[in-house]
Design a protein around this ligand. Structure first.
Ligand SMILES: Cc1ncc(COP(=O)(O)O)c(C=O)c1O
Length: 284
């Protein structure tokens, strides 16, 4: 039985219950973060917590804890669950109120939840064979830089990908790829690495930012810019990044095979470097 954190207490998962009046449930009035855990240690966690504070401030929820306090709670969660490999999910909602009212009461205390997930993220069949993605219209809201829990767009995209016999979906807006359903999208052509520049159109992934730092040492030129589906389809390699998928090669986009249809060597190298750095505690 897992131990979860709920509003200041560590409780068994079957006792971690939230009211139907919680604004996270009623309005998706909440934000979240997911940090990977390798060998009992949090990966890229500083970046995730900084982004959490930013998401909270963007939607006007007073932060319930400092980063240091959250880290302490995350560590306790990891210890209580003997979590070696997996992730810690953290969600903050605007809290529970006595009625369903769009206008929040500013004095409502937020709901804070942490859930551990046991899973060795370094072992992933998709990383071995490469992901096939479809493209779908980006129907999501306009503030995607906030890591909000209103994820219906991602759910529908994943469903569409599965229905098409594929692994994931990339969103397309105004003719350009924005990002993956729950990850950032990249391609490599020659010695150029292309990914969309951060803006309110995408979530600026913490893993994305680490990938960008990693390739500084590589013989690659980074271009943060808009790109079309056709450009990515004509690439030598493509890949996606997130805290839980790490770096996963993409081998097909819609009906186009990327490169020779096998995971790209550079994507695999970036993935391995990311894993090595995480294991060496170089991504705190
Ligand atoms: C829409 C979206 N973009 C990008 C990412 C990748 O972000 P990170 O690398 O911080 O996990 C996620 C992660 O869930 C996401 O949901």
């Amino acid at each position: 039985m897992r131990i979860c954190f709920l509003n200041g207490q560590f409780v068994p998962e079957d006792e971690a219950k939230i009211s139907v009046f919680d604004r996270g449930f009623l309005f998706s009035d909440s934000v979240y973060e997911v940090s990977a855990v390798f060998n009992g240690r949090l990966v890229d966690n500083r970046g995730h917590l900084n982004r959490l504070q930013n998401s909270l401030s963007e939607i006007g929820i007073a932060s319930p804890y400092s980063n240091e306090e959250i880290i302490e709670l995350q560590k306790q969660l990891i210890e209580k669950n003997q979590l070696e490999n997996g992730s810690v999910y953290l969600q903050v909602t605007r809290g529970e109120e006595s009625a369903r009212d769009f206008l929040p009461n500013p004095s409502t205390p937020p709901t804070v939840v942490m859930i551990p997930q046991h899973k060795d993220l370094t072992v992933n069949p998709l990383a071995e064979r490469g992901a096939r993605v479809i493209t779908v219209p980006d129907i999501r809201w306009a503030k995607r830089h906030i890591k909000a829990t209103g994820l219906l767009g991602a759910v529908l995209a994943k469903q569409a990908a599965t229905a098409a016999g594929c692994d994931d979906a990339w969103f397309v807006e105004d003719g350009y790829v924005t990002e993956g359903s729950a990850n950032n999208a990249f391609f490599i052509k020659g010695n150029t690495l292309v990914t969309k520049a951060p803006s309110s159109q995408i979530l600026n992934g913490i893993t994305r930012q680490s990938v960008i730092r990693i390739v500084e040492d590589y013989d690659l030129v980074l271009e943060e810019r808009d790109f079309t589906v056709a450009e990515a389809q004509a690439a030598d390699e493509a890949f996606a990044s997130s805290a839980t998928m790490l770096i996963v090669p993409v081998v097909a986009i819609d009906d186009s095979i990327i490169g020779d249809g096998k995971p790209g060597a550079m994507a695999q190298k970036i993935r391995q470097t990311y894993i090595d750095m995480a294991l060496a505690n170089l991504l705190p």
